[in-house]
Design a protein around this ligand. Structure first.
Ligand code: BDR
Ligand code: CA
Length: 313
């Protein structure tokens, strides 16, 4: 039986690879829709990029929605300095053909959850948590339809990647993250602690280029683009491949391990705004609210990605 998911995303090269991975896995995942959010680049680009990915994968059956154009409280901050002006630089993308749905992305999430069985749908969050928090705030009873929220965001032992304390997705909309982490829903987090073990080395890019397919070329091109910035930033042999960890976890959970612990989001203005404060060592009496991963079998992860992207046109 397939697992029903909604992907909430701000493509972004790593979001793009995550979306392709999910679309390739149509025997395991039933992608009910893709909802764009403002993040790496503005919403006008993230929604267009999501449509380009559906086109590339030949999956016109998957509807794409536009969600929120800015965070709940703060002004939007974007990351063109990492992802390029389009968000998915590195490949010569054609204009999107797949339509943008009329329904607002937040309403799509709400309507899908209300129409679902109890705990039926897994929300895959690859960007700032604005749309998901807005859905929970607008119609709290829609939470009934959520099986789990699997997110890429935060970091603890690695520190932050956008400020010393905060990771990009959480920092862009810390108030939305606060709503999600206080929701009491089953949460699974792929923080920087995991993604910084999954580096896109030259050896790992080569099989994508060798596929000689549209999606293989797109992945190889995007990897090459964002490797330039991150390899220099971290002094590593390749960039961390963040967002596909969320989808890989659904397909092969045994690639990851971690701990169920209390996590709180710092929403106070100041040096640590957007920090994911994790009680890793159990030094408080707070209740655990999130399964936080801290280890990945990186070779297994790239083997899965290579196998699955190889299925696409
Ligand atoms: C996260 O921020 C974005 O730049 C990436 O797409 C990923 O979701 C990593 O901090
Ligand atoms: Ca992202």
């Amino acid at each position: 039986m397939t697992r029903a998911i909604i992907i909430d995303t701000d493509p972004g090269q790593d979001d793009a690879v995550a979306i392709l991975l999910a679309l390739a896995a149509n025997d395991a995942l039933d992608v009910r829709g893709i909802v764009a959010v403002a993040g790496n680049v503005p919403l006008s680009l993230t929604q267009a990029n999501a449509r380009r990915l559906v086109d590339s994968a030949g999956r016109a059956d998957v509807p794409v929605y536009a969600g929120c154009a800015r965070p709940m409280v703060q002004p939007l901050r974007t990351a063109e300095y990492v992802h390029g002006q389009s968000g998915i630089n590195g490949y010569d993308w054609p204009d999107p053909v797949a339509p943008l749905q009329d329904l607002h992305g937040v309403d799509f999430i709400i309507e899908s959850l209300l129409a679902a069985d109890d705990k039926e749908i897994t929300l895959c969050a690859l960007g700032p948590l604005t749309n998901i928090a807005m859905a929970l705030v607008k119609v709290p009873e829609c939470a009934r339809g959520i099986r789990e929220i699997v997110m890429m965001g935060g970091g603890f032992f690695t520190g932050g990647n956008t400020t010393p304390a905060a990771e990009f997705n959480i920092l862009v909309d810390p108030h939305a993250a606060h709503v999600v982490f206080e929701s009491g829903l089953p949460l699974t987090l792929m923080p920087l602690d995991v993604t910084h073990q999954a580096l896109v080395t030259k050896e790992r890019i080569a099989p994508f280029a060798a596929m000689n397919t549209r999606c293989g070329d797109a992945c190889a091109g995007m990897f090459g683009f964002f490797n330039r910035f991150d390899s220099e930033k971290y002094g590593a042999e390749g960039a961390p491949l963040h967002d596909p960890c969320v989808i890989a976890y659904l397909l092969e959970p045994s690639l990851f391990s971690g701990k169920n612990i209390p996590v709180k989001i710092d929403i106070a203005p100041g040096l640590t705004l957007g920090m994911t404060v994790m009680d890793w060592w159990g030094v408080t009496d707070d209740a655990a609210n999130c399964m936080v991963m801290n280890k990945i079998d990186a070779d297994g992860y790239f083997a899965l990605l290579t196998k699955m992207i190889g299925r696409l046109p």
